[in-house]
Design a protein around this ligand. Structure first.
Ligand code: UDP
Length: 461
């Protein structure tokens, strides 16, 4: 009898991003890389709210999760509450969609090789374990922020919180160089929902069902933190594959980018412009907006400022800018709703980035050699700002909130004076290091090696 040869089934990966820009971006970049380089078919399991436009990803399949959240705000007033609700509400439709996918794939040309979920979407773990589908966790923060977050539970158990105001500047135990004020939560108001969120996420020390943890950071950048993580995480492989935006070029923006600002940049002198953006989920009070505006105006430096609609509490867009500000700055300032940030940072006219220090923004700035003025708002941004200003020393941190005099002084120091020049030189050095690093294959610590090993692991099932 003739023996029938079976062609191997194509492997499909399901990716579950957390539905906010800073999380969607690295997940889509990872999906693009795995599609282009590992030959995987990709399904994105997303909430309908904040979904990237599927027509921009003709090579991905999209399926939708019912999030059950009645009112969606682009910038949520209580992010942790929304994340906790997502973990409860999305579970049933995720399970349902996965059952259908596994059922369909088993009979056809494809097999579901695994699910990569954002660490914040931890409801996936139990569903996948029940369905016997392999899971992988993507962490979209730097490694130091992950360790700091895990330490919060320990410090809480040791009775540190709520912290006395006078202790904010003190070093956080076992977390050098972080101070209490750099930890990823407001410590003086105490813990409420945060421990539930942190405990839901994998903490490196308890047993885990996932097959691997993937970090969007670089081993060489966070050497000592990575070595601590490797010591703690003995039962599961860890991969450090950042910066993902240098690995896969995907247009990942959920909001419409205003490309006209690149023409405005074309008209500015080399290295003269301060680019100002506070990411996708931070908000400002009217007073803070006013302080930012007058700090920028008084610095006399040209600036490109992203003010996302809804970012100023109680305003549609820029109505809350102080009277006389736009007239005072004239053509020296350009204000947009959303910018093509990576192109902006790569533009020859941009000499500094005044940032909230989200992890994607930080890596994008490091990759382009742009020095930073650091104004972290909450969460991991505070850890990133401390590392940018005190460990990698490519930024200056505004330590006392948003106050026009400090802002003016910070911008002048960054753009003009000797301290700024040293920071700029170091930032350029990081750009060169990242450029060299993303090409290196032989080095065991390089992201390329980690990516190759990750593809091998995903292909081995
Ligand atoms: N971003 C953008 N245009 C803007 C502002 C931000 O494309 O006008 C992008 C930016 O390039 C980054 C992401 O939005 O990739 C923000 O992620 P990040 O982790 O920096 O901050 P988050 O939004 O999570 O606070």
């Amino acid at each position: 009898m003739e023996k029938r040869t079976q062609s191997p089934k194509r492997r499909r990966l399901v990716l579950v991003p957390c539905p906010y820009q800073g999380h969607i971006t690295p997940m889509l970049q990872l999906g693009t890389f795995l599609h282009n380089n590992g030959g995987f078919s990709i399904t994105i399991a997303h909430t309908r709210f904040n979904s990237p436009d599927p027509s921009n990803y003709p090579f991905f399949q999209f399926l939708y999760l019912d999030d059950g959240i009645p009112k969606h705000e682009a910038i949520p007033a209580d992010l942790i509450a929304v994340l906790l609700d997502l973990n409860v509400n999305c579970r049933a439709s995720f399970e349902d969609q996965m059952r259908r996918l596994i059922g369909g794939g088993g009979a056809g040309e494809e097999v579901v090789a695994g699910v990569i979920y954002d660490e914040v979407m931890f409801f996936c773990e139990e569903v996948l374990s029940d369905l016997k589908v392999r899971s992988f966790i993507l962490r979209t923060t730097c490694a130091a922020a992950s360790l700091a977050r895990m330490a919060l539970v320990r410090l809480n158990d040791e009775g540190y919180f709520p912290l006395k105001e006078c202790m904010l500047q003190d070093p956080a135990p076992e977390l050098h160089p972080l101070r209490f004020k750099d930890l990823p939560i407001s410590l003086t108001t105490g813990f409420t929902k945060y421990p539930t969120l942190v405990k839901g996420m994998y903490n490196l020390e308890t047993p885990i069902k996932a097959e691997a943890i993937i970090w969007n950071t670089m081993e060489w950048l966070e050497e000592s933190t990575v070595s601590q993580i490797k010591t703690k995480s003995t039962t599961v492989p860890v991969f450090f594959i950042g910066p993902l935006h240098r690995t896969a070029s995907a247009r990942t923006s959920v909001l419409t980018e205003d490309f006209n600002c690149l023409q405005w940049l074309d008209e500015q002198a080399d290295g003269s412009v301060v680019y100002v953006a506070i990411g996708s989920i931070a908000s400002l009070g009217e007073k803070e907006l006013g302080e930012m505006a007058w700090g920028l105006a008084n610095s006399q430096q040209p600036f490109l400022w992203v003010v996302q609609p809804g970012a100023v509490r109680g305003s549609e867009w820029i109505e809350a800018l102080p009277d006389g500000f736009l007239e005072a700055v004239g053509g020296r300032g350009c204000v947009v709703k959303w910018a093509p940030q990576k192109e902006v940072l790569a533009h020859r006219a941009v000499g500094g980035f005044w940032s909230h220090c989200g992890w994607n923004s930080s890596m994008e700035s490091l990759s382009e050699g742009v020095p930073m003025l650091c104004s972290p708002c909450f969460g991991d941004q505070k850890v990133n700002a401390r590392y940018l200003s005190h460990v990698w020393r490519v930024g200056l941190q505004l330590e006392n909130g948003l106050e026009r005099g400090e802002i003016e002084n910070g911008i002048k120091r960054l753009m003009d004076e000797e301290q700024g020049r040293e920071i700029r030189d170091r930032a350029k050095h990081f750009k060169e290091k990242i450029e060299a690093h993303v090409k290196v294959e032989e080095d065991q610590c390089s992201s390329r090696t980690h990516l190759k090993d990750l593809v091998s692991l995903l292909s081995s099932f």
